[in-house]
Design a binder for this molecule. Structure first.
Ligand code: FES
Length: 364
């Protein structure tokens, strides 16, 4: 089988496996071949070989660059999920796996800012990374609203409690439990438990309370679709700028492939950062990245889903259409930004300018 990956792959060894909840584990990982620089909130593209089949999955990092020496991903077993079953059940300490470099735009802004984090279930994973980063690298406040069924289902339960104790003046945690099985009491004032679902009304009331102390925070939302939708709608409705609202879907929807009839064959001119250019043909209905691969030309990529922006280039002439989990876009309404992994040329020729160097590792 022709591999779709190149030698950007980095080997990792499992150093520890922590059972967070009955369905969730944290894998602590040590890079073997090279360092893996990352920012809080980013994800790894993990490459597994299960039953002689190559599988690629995205997992958010739960570690943070300034508080953890090693990398960590936190994985929840999902029904019929081959990769999550392997990572939660089969893999053991000492085993190795591979990753692509860390990627993702669910990261902190350049300026220091207070943050409000809203999560449900395993959506806490990238938010835990952000929480640790803000607390250890700034003097800013962090407010976490975390929804789960009961205490047993709270991922990082003990760690969150320890962080709340350590940063009692800057970290506020409120857990909503839809079906609590234990008393709601808490030994510390800045970590509390409430019974109930996370409703629009509750989000609005809490955001009002937090923003009376921290007037212009950045919001980070990650969790099931329902929680993300109502959180984003409520915060939008309250008038906070869109640029301050960040969300990450931890289940990446399948991207629909467009009908090839909609496109024509094209030729791409791809200009690297050093102004060296390559040309390659793209068949109607083929993505620019896939066509480059077929022509033995290595372009940068990571998620191949229009999420991480690693493959981004600027369209200088011509036009392409992009199909992402957020919907359909074209290079005109994206101000020329082109994600080659999900871009299909609409014109017979198209020119892309990249920030990437031509000396990318060549495919194997
Ligand atoms: S490879 Fe991630 S957006 Fe294209």
């Amino acid at each position: 089988m022709k591999t779709t990956l190149n030698n950007q792959q980095i080997a990792l060894q499992v150093i520890n496996k922590i059972q967070e909840t009955p369905q969730t584990v944290t894998l602590v990982l040590k890079p073997l071949s090279q360092n893996v620089p990352y920012k809080a909130g980013q994800f790894l593209t993990i490459i597994l070989n299960i039953n002689q089949q190559e599988i690629q999955r995205f997992y958010s990092l739960s570690s943070a660059p300034h508080s953890d020496d090693l990398l960590a991903i936190t994985v929840k077993k999902i029904p019929n999920g081959i990769a999550s079953k392997y990572l939660t059940e089969t893999i053991k300490v000492g085993d190795q796996l591979a990753t692509l470099p860390a990627a993702g735009q669910f990261i902190l802004p350049k300026s220091e800012t207070d943050v409000v984090l809203i999560s449900g279930g395993s959506g806490i994973t990238p938010l835990f990374s952000i929480l640790k980063e803000v607390l250890t690298t700034s003097s800013k406040n962090v407010y976490l609203i975390n929804a789960n069924r009961n205490r047993k289902q709270i991922i990082f339960k003990t760690a969150l409690h320890d962080w709340a104790k350590k940063y009692s003046n800057r970290l506020t945690i409120l857990h909503f439990l839809s079906r609590p099985t234990e008393p709601l009491s808490s030994p510390i004032a800045n970590e509390t438990f409430k019974e109930g679902y996370l409703s629009n009304f509750r989000i609005e009331r809490l955001v009002k309370k937090y923003t009376s102390i921290s007037p212009n925070p950045h919001f980070y939302i990650c969790g099931p679709e329902g929680i993300m939708l109502k959180s984003r709608m409520t915060i939008n409705f309250m008038g906070f700028p869109k640029a301050n609202i960040h969300q990450e879907a931890f289940i990446i929807k399948e991207i629909s492939k467009p009908d090839p009839k909609h496109f024509s064959d094209s030729e791409v001119t791809y200009i690297y950062a050093d102004n060296q250019a390559v040309k390659f043909p793209v068949q109607a209905g083929q993505t620019i990245l896939d066509a480059a691969y077929q022509a033995d030309i290595s372009l940068p990529f990571n998620c191949k889903s229009g999420i991480c922006t690693v493959c981004s280039a600027q369209c200088k002439s011509g036009k392409a259409e992009m199909y992402t989990t957020e919907g359909k876009f074209d290079t005109d309404n994206m101000k020329g930004i082109t994600f080659t992994c999900v871009a299909y040329p609409l014109t017979n020729t198209i020119t892309l300018q990249s920030d990437a160097l031509q000396s990318l590792p060549q495919k194997q």
